[in-house]
Design a binder for this molecule. Structure first.
Ligand code: HAM
Length: 426
């Protein structure tokens, strides 16, 4: 038997109803905040992630699905391609490629699969789904303003409320800008020098290439050392500090609760200034339901013009997991309004005609087969969870009136063809 590859999974009904419910709700919220959908390719050139996300990040260094393209054309051969591990780099590439700055402030969202070769566990997959959004544009369009950060965070709290997800915690930090980073890296290197020999090999490498990434370390023995390292919050320049204060002021004003976490540096290199994660207690070890932040230099790093931006990605798998407790999939599943039973030879055609009419009235209709007996039809209708069963037999067709039975109450009436849709909807 061939099975789904480790770290991937099939999403089956009725759970898919919950996924659709989530996606419909977020699309609604995105619309209210004037975000529009963007769809970028699932694979991109490897260089995009190396330059965008950063060579020293775990995502790029260890977790990407990368291959060398084959093919006849000179232009294809040997090109290094990668399944997207995240979507921000792709969106910013598209922003540059389509000169989207002409439209001022761009508010874009996406829903789709991402790929990381991580160790699979509860809430962590190798193919997982993200619902993300990005606000990007020239600073003159207001993209740099702390008002954007606060708006994005307020939208997220609205979205989680709307889905009925309670018990989340917004963790907030500022990781500063290029100015602060130079001084901070210098201080980190100094602090690491005497202790790094006792740390894991990854940290020893990070200490040289990109010391900030030491904060990504999950090795328990390294944690006491990391606890004592300087924090980026001590190195913010005047501009970054003010920016961060304003974000917090607006959040307080609109009533979005948050807590400061000065260890939060996020696992991707493009972040500047505001960085955040929403965690949820019920999720276990993989408790980050979403993460995001500002990336004011990313467009330039990818060869584009200055275009400050901020965004986030929700782990949809984890969002659905936290929702499953409050809303079982059955509760959002649209069950058939009616099950149409064709009773007797030659009735398949008559039933098909009737079903076609009912479906054009936007009813959810399930259909049996003329080989079924009455008992089997009732069983099938009950299994499908239909509200009504409708009998299409020879006598009914002749009279152009059909037996309609409410499966919950047992009440049965005969209804004229023309009145069927109305009666079922009642
Ligand atoms: P990220 O923190 O790498 O950020 O991923 C965002 C969310 O995706 C995580 O909080 C988690 O819920 C989910 N996630 C990540 N990896 C997995 C996995 N292996 N299995 C299941 N869920 C996972 C980003 O990807 C950034 N692009 C977010 C962003 C947008 N920043 C600015 N704009």
């Amino acid at each position: 038997m061939i099975k789904a590859v480790r770290g991937t999974r099939d999403l089956l009904p009725p759970e898919t109803a919950l996924w659709n419910f989530v996606e419909a709700a977020v699309r609604d919220v995105f619309r209210a905040y004037n975000f529009q959908e963007i769809r970028t390719p699932i694979f991109e050139s490897t260089e995009l992630f190396a330059r965008g996300v950063g060579e020293e990040t775990d995502v790029v260094a260890k977790e990407m699905y990368t291959w060398e393209d084959r093919g006849r054309a000179e232009s294809d051969r040997g090109q290094s391609l990668t399944l997207r591990p995240e979507n921000t780099a792709g969106v910013v590439r598209a922003y540059i490629e389509h000169k989207m700055w002409d439209r001022g402030l761009n508010k874009l969202y996406y829903i789709g699969p991402q790929f990381r070769r991580e160790r699979p566990q509860k809430g962590r997959y190798r193919q997982f789904y993200q619902i993300g959004a990005e606000v990007i544009g020239p600073a003159s369009a207001g993209s740099e303003s702390p008002a954007r950060d606060a708006e994005v965070l307020e939208m997220l709290s609205t979205l989680l409320d709307r889905l009925g997800i309670t018990g989340w915690n917004l963790e907030l930090n500022s990781v500063g800008c290029a100015n602060d980073r130079a001084a901070f890296n210098e201080a980190l290197r100094k602090a690491l020098e005497p202790v790094v020999g006792k740390m894991c090999v990854d940290c020893q490498r990070r200490a040289v290439t990109n010391p900030l990434r030491v904060f990504d370390c999950k090795v328990p023995e390294d944690q006491p050392i990391i606890e004592k390292l300087p924090r980026i919050s001590q190195f913010l320049d005047e501009g970054c500090r003010k920016h961060f204060e304003q974000v917090q002021e607006i959040l307080t004003k609109v009533g979005v609760p948050f807590s400061l976490n000065d260890r939060l540096v996020r696992g991707l290199d493009y972040y500047t200034r505001t960085a955040f994660e929403f965690t949820h207690g019920a999720l276990g070890a993989q408790n980050a339901i979403l993460g995001g932040g500002r990336y004011d230099g990313l467009s330039e790093a990818l060869g584009g013009p200055a275009a400050p931006g901020i965004g986030f990605a929700i782990g949809e798998d984890r969002l659905v997991m936290s929702l499953q407790e409050s809303a079982p999939a059955e509760s959002v599943l649209k069950k058939p309004d009616v099950y149409v039973a064709a009773l007797g030879e030659g009735m398949n055609g008559e039933a098909a005609r009737l079903v076609r009419e009912l479906r054009r009235h936007d009813l959810v209709v399930d259909l049996g087969d003329e080989s079924f007996r009455l008992k089997k039809s009732f069983e099938a209708a009950t299994k499908a969870g239909a509200k009504y069963i409708l009998i299409v037999g020879e006598n009914e067709v002749k009279a152009d009136a059909f037996a309609l039975k409410n499966l919950a109450t047992g009440e049965q009436v005969s209804v004229q063809r023309a009145d069927l849709a109305k009666k079922i909807r009642q």
